[in-house]
Ligand binder design. Sequence first.
Ligand SMILES: *Cc1c(COP(=O)(O)O)cnc(C)c1O
Length: 389
Amino acid sequence: MKNNNYNFKTNVIHAGYQADTITGSVMPPIYLSTTYKQSAPGKPIGEFEYSRSSNPNRQFVEQSLATLEGGHFGLCFASGCAALAIVLQTLPTGAHVVVSDDVYGGTLRLFAQVYKQKGIDFTQVDCTDLAQFKQALTPKTELIWIETPSNPMLKIIDIEQIANIKNTTTPEANLFVDNTFASPYLQNPLALGADGVCHSTTKYLGGHSDVVGGALIVNKPELNEKLAYMQNALGAVPSAMDCYLLMRSIKTLAIRMDAHCQNAQKVVTFLNSHPKVDNVLYPGLPEHPQYHVAEKQMKNFGGMISTTFKLDLNQVKSFLGHLQLFTLAESLGGVESLIEHPAIMTHATIPPAQRKALGISDGLVRLSVGIEDADDLIWDLKEALEHVK
Ligand SMILES: *Cc1c(COP(=O)(O)O)cnc(C)c1O
């Protein structure tokens, strides 16, 4: 199939799987078999030997994700954290990594608590400031890890500019972009010069808050080989059932993302005019500091909103307690709306001083706007805010 010649909304339906040649099944069967018959020692009948190394369902979804990101190779993992850990496993002791300042809590934990002890040094910088980013690069820098839009401050990093600086300063280093918040529908980092893309497929790609997973997409064959080797060697792979669920979810990614973006715009408009709201962070607002970067590199602005209320901690808790449709829970990207308190929940592992410097205050709340009716979502927020005394 001429995967790369079709448009995104066709690729989500068709990329990675065509009707089975034996049974004609239009949708992929779930291949639960852990092992595959060989016709003679070392001569597998098909292309599979053992399910940790590869299996049909994983191959289908890996090809689908590669196509959606406009890349050559896709690799799936048991979680987004496993995907990052695999990248870090390929680095030699003594390597240096530049990491954007506002990253997922679990990402920072892997750098600061796990791999630092194993001799992987890292520097965190605000990568929206290109001069600061350039200064952080050293001759030992082998990896640049950025997240855009970032979590939870929704900063936008100019991927193309970061790639250009990397190419002139440390061309051997690989630039990876955690594209979880945007999804491949809204942003394709490889086309902007990145060497690799990471997804927590648990979020928008899975889209229904019922399957944990991670993925890497790369173009360079030698990078893919290293990562695929570690994927098999360490074995943090998703099950066939997980891959099947992910493949099923991907079919509606484009229409879900359109709905998330539309609803988020409406919720932003409501929050922006509410007297109890201090500040709304959303890359689609013209007053967002990197609005023009977002406009340039994203197709739309996504379903994530962070907002600071003019409320103290107890008042914020009261607001969260009165919501009926928004569920108080970690995670994001599902069809249902979620809300969370970064300082106490997702970003609790980040040291308080660093949280403060990033702007993660007690009044900050992060919303993952679902695809329910926007009027109902706005009603819910309005009612809960009225309850706060
Ligand atoms: C959730 C998340 C991760 C980690 O993924 P898991 O699937 O939970 O391991 C990494 N990056 C971002 C931006 C995330 O939101």
